[in-house]
Design a binder for this molecule. Sequence first.
Ligand code: ADP
Length: 249
Amino acid sequence: HEEPRVVLSARGLTKSFGAFAAVKDVDLDVQDAQVHALIGPNGAGKTTVFNLLTKFLQPTGGTITLMGKDITRTPADKVARMGLVRSFQISAVFPHLTVLDNVRVALQRPGGLSTQFWLPLASLERLNARADELIEAVGLKRERNALAADLSYGRKRVLEIATTLALDPKVLLLDEPMAGMGQEDIGTISGIIGEVAKTRAVLMVEHNLSVVADICHRVTVLQRGEILAEGDYKTVAQDERVRLAYMGT
Ligand code: ADP
């Protein structure tokens, strides 16, 4: 039995905009090989927490640690290269490129398989093999040679996730990955997230509570910038304060 490994953690995380504290004294531990959900009503501070963790915003107070290293003062691009990747950062899908070429481009971004612009033949073969591996892993094999523009909305989001995975993140932050999706795509993305979380940590903001119940190991509930509850979904869903504040029952 191994101790759970905390890969991303925040202590006393605080962000004020003028006199208004959007995030107040938040402690968060994201563990390897887990899907961790961040939920809470609109304005609770979820986006601000994501922006703080990825260093898009500088905290007013508190500390952030990524795999044991203090990243409180580390710039966003460096944090991304250290393995903390947020989906939208690199989610640009090029509509006029095929699925395969989108993944190949992603693999050649800084932090991807290679940062070289020119690749020797051996590396090109490796690049193509890795691209096909990723395409297969997310179930886009049939659409491999289709233009991204011709994919359905749901399949485009799947392609976005594939391009994110090209960076080989250690901690993957997903902002409402199921937004605007039908049941079938939700099932597909849930499966991919579950697969991804076998070997890395996933932190996601998600409004669809049945998805949270299905795939998230741990749930943190925010309200007015503060942590209201934390635990597995069942525990959190039964919490009186959560029901009152969030679920309205
Ligand atoms: P959520 O993602 O949970 O809906 P946000 O993190 O977007 O919540 O926002 C939390 C609170 O902080 C909201 O009241 C919002 O209006 C406020 N806020 C967010 N960003 C800023 C900003 N740049 N300046 C002032 N207030 C902000």
